[in-house]
Design a protein around this ligand. Structure first.
Ligand SMILES: *Cc1c(COP(=O)(O)O)cnc(C)c1O
Length: 388
């Protein structure tokens, strides 16, 4: 067996294929504009959909939380790190999602890995949409259950795979809103297919909670689906809620099993209580301020109408994630650079985050954007699409 390539060779290969990523240094809070490397840019690539990451009320709650609880939780939830602030947030998240219980995790990545790993193992089966978030795919791979993926949104393929594994315990896993494409999973079909075959369903609502449905309740709870239909509902707190961390909501039994068995819950320090306090405030704002969702809808409609009149390739997305798929990484990079020169920040998304040949500009909107910002984006896109 030959050794795998050296670190230097791997890096050279990444560079050669236009796949090298680099971090930009941000010098301001998140908002419609951010300072990047000393320049102020109109920002169209955060996941801060409701515009709460920089909200002063959320920051004030974090400050008060730090004064009340200090900086760190000091231990895992099961040792002595689970405070009244965590408990209050979990109870509020359970009510918000219409589930008996919710459980906090340090990140969405950890919530997905921990939940899938606790639910299935050797002898079981996990079936996932091909375009699921990396944390869901990794959770499936590493669970040691038999793992397979169906073509994006292909419910016939899913049903066939489930039928072929009828004797096994099966967990079906999907993004609610697909993170790089902005389209929604086929929830009614997923529910009926899994219920008919007595399979479990996990839906990751990272991009739908706070954004879709009445009160921002998302695809699952917003459509009245209970824990019998969707066993595990995963929500992240770093996107629409503007803070950090994640949670899983479900039945008493599900959450109790996760407390006992989810390694990413057990073997990690609890999130700071100040973060839980800040998130509680963000949740209340997200629920109450319907204008933020109205604004998002208005911005998305304005963008789609404008992009259509410029003949830009639009995805079938009605959410604040509006990708412009351009194909090769070099072209996505060139367009992103041209937009930046025009004062507009849209990061190029390339493989392996998206499939080969589908490099894109992943445009996102937040409730802080003004309609005139969308017009500026469209002007810049039209200029760079015609030149690059
Ligand atoms: C961002 C994201 C995650 C990870 O959440 P973090 O809290 O950022 O770790 C999980 N699932 C989906 C669909 C995501 O988009």
């Amino acid at each position: 067996m030959a050794r795998s390539p050296s670190i230097a060779d791997r890096l050279a290969d990444i560079r050669r294929r236009d796949l090298r990523r680099r971090r930009r240094v941000v010098g301001s809070p998140q908002g419609r504009e951010i300072d990047i490397d000393g320049r102020r840019l109109l920002n169209f690539c955060s996941n801060d959909y409701l515009g709460l990451a920089g909200d002063p009320r959320v920051a004030a709650s974090m400050r008060r939380g730090a004064e009340r609880w200090g900086a760190g939780a000091g231990a895992s939830h099961l040792i002595c790190g689970h405070t009244a602030a965590h408990q209050e947030l979990e109870e509020a998240l359970a009510v918000f999602t219409g589930r008996p219980r919710a459980l906090l995790f340090g990140s969405g990545y950890a919530a997905n890995m921990g939940t899938i790993g606790a639910l299935v193992g050797p002898g079981d089966r996990v079936i996932e949409d091909r375009l699921n978030h990396a944390s869901l795919l990794d959770g499936g791979w590493l669970s040691r259950a038999a793992f397979s993926r169906y073509r994006h949104g292909d419910m016939d393929e899913l049903a066939c795979e489930l039928d072929a594994a009828a004797d096994q315990r099966a967990l079906v896993v999907t993004d609610g809103v697909f993170s790089m494409d902005g389209d929604c999973c086929l929830l009614p079909e997923l529910i009926s297919i899994t219920r008919a075959r007595d399979a479990w369903l996990l839906v990751d609502e990272a991009h739908s909670l706070g954004v879709l449905g009445p009160g921002g309740r998302g695809l699952v709870a917003g459509n009245g689906h209970g824990p019998e239909e969707v066993l595990a509902l995963v929500g992240t707190l770093g996107k629409a809620f503007g803070t950090a961390g994640a949670f899983v909501a479900g039945s008493e039994e599900l959450i109790e099993l996760l407390v006992q068995r989810a390694r990413h819950y057990i073997y990690t320090t609890a999130m700071p209580s100040a973060l839980a306090a800040a998130t509680l405030t963000a949740l209340a704002i997200a629920e109450a301020e319907e204008w933020r969702r109205d604004r998002l809808r208005e911005l998305v409609e304005r963008f789609r109408a404008g992009a259509a009149s410029l003949a830009l390739p639009l995805a079938t997305s009605a959410t604040p994630i509006q990708p412009v798929v351009v194909g090769e990484p070099a072209r996505a990079l060139a367009m992103s650079a041209a937009l930046e020169a025009a004062g507009v920040l849209v990061t190029a998304i390339r493989p392996p985050t998206v499939p080969a040949g589908t490099a894109r500009l992943r445009i996102t909107f937040t409730a802080n954007h003004e309609p005139a910002d969308v017009d500026r984006l469209l002007d810049a896109l039209s200029a760079c699409a015609s030149t690059s």
